[in-house]
Design a protein around this ligand. Structure first.
Ligand code: COA
Ligand code: NAP
Length: 274
């Protein structure tokens, strides 16, 4: 079977789509012929993304909206649909993060990440609902491994992304009858991105440790994530909904390895005693 990702005539909206992983996704859809809308807070990011996406030849719309502002998100969808028509693929990936131990985190620091990642995802999906093409629309949330793997300094982001995962499942259940699919991509460490820069220590030892924790022994690329998004947005994924799909070189497996190895070593030692 030859896989042909042809998105010509399809409207793809990427919220938080002006930089990093999400912009990589927007570029991939633009390359495959989609009419793309990108949205984020900063005008300069929207302008730069729109200029780059236009070079792929398709129709591109850019709009400023903060996902924390329900009405602004609604306004962005109104404008996008007026430009390109109903939404065939929606990617929701706006996020904020920083490293901080819970005991040192202010209430507002916790709340701001919940507001952007979790409440923002709800705003985007809720405001999109009226504009999603049905049947057939595909919604893709961008989550993160800390939603299911506890990580130090990540109480806020872990809680927020765990909420995003459950929103994926709940809305897949509620909107499935409309023919709308909803899935989550959980990227591993994607080199060159803001999230990677913020979460990885800059020294070589830390970097080597992070790399060693990935079974495939390489960091991810923007294309690794974009390729999965193309698949989930396409009819080839027509029977996939409510799924959380790690795209992480197997990193989520490695993180459960240390305790299992310790238990395994103890069990092996006990079993081998004469
Ligand atoms: N450590 C501890 N607390 C921090 C922090 C840090 N590094 N950075 C921000 N905070 C706290 C602030 O102190 C503030 O709490 P306070 O009012 O009690 O002092 C709260 O978080 C909000 O900070 P503020 O800068 O006002 O929020 P903002 O809305 O302007 O920005 C962020 C939101 C902090 C998430 C910002 O980093 C951002 O916009 N990030 C988007 C890009 C990004 O994170 N990309 C990676 C995605 S994985
Ligand atoms: P990024 O470049 O900082 O991307 C974040 C995007 O969201 C930007 O376009 C940003 O643009 C927008 N944004 C931020 N706050 C917003 C808000 N309040 N309202 C609207 N838009 C907002 O980060 P990234 O590292 O590529 O991460 C992208 C996604 O992948 C996130 O969901 C992140 O959790 C996830 N992820 C990343 C990694 C990684 O290795 N990088 C790993 C796992 C998961 P503006 O600043 O213009 O608003």
């Amino acid at each position: 079977m030859q896989i042909d990702f042809d998105f010509s005539g399809k409207h793809v909206v990427v919220f938080g789509g002006t930089t990093g992983i999400n912009f990589g996704i927007a570029q991939a859809f633009a390359r495959q012929g989609a009419d793309v809308t990108v949205a984020s807070r900063k005008q300069e990011n929207v302008d730069a993304a729109r200029a780059q996406l236009t070079s792929f030849g398709g129709r591109v719309f850019g709009v400023c909206a903060d996902v924390r502002d329900f009405d602004a998100v609604g306004g962005a969808f109104e404008q996008a649909v007026a430009q390109h028509g109903p939404v065939d693929v929606l990617v929701s990936g706006a996020a904020g993060n920083f490293l901080c131990e819970a005991k040192d985190m202010s209430s507002n620091g916790f709340r701001v990440v919940i507001d952007i990642d979790l409440v923002g995802t709800f705003h985007v999906l809720r405001q999109a609902y009226a504009h999603l093409r049905r049947p057939g629309a595909s919604v893709i949330n961008i989550t993160a491994p800390q939603s299911f793997i506890p990580m130090r300094y990540q109480a806020h982001a872990g809680a927020a992304k765990a909420g995003v995962d459950q929103l994926t499942r709940n809305l897949a259940l509620e909107w499935g009858g409309d023919g709308i699919r909803i899935n989550s991509i959980s990227p591993g460490p994607i080199e060159g991105t803001e999230g990677f820069r913020r979460l990885m220590a800059n020294d070589e030892t830390e970097r080597a440790r992070a790399l060693d924790a990935v079974p495939l022994k390489r960091f991810g690329t923007l294309d690794d994530i974009a390729n999965l998004a193309l698949f989930l947005g396409s009819p080839y994924a027509a029977y996939i909904s409510g799924a959380l799909i790690p795209c992480d070189g197997g990193g989520a497996l490695e993180s459960v390895k240390p305790p299992l190895e310790a238990a395994g070593r103890a069990a092996t030692a006990k079993a081998s005693k004469p």
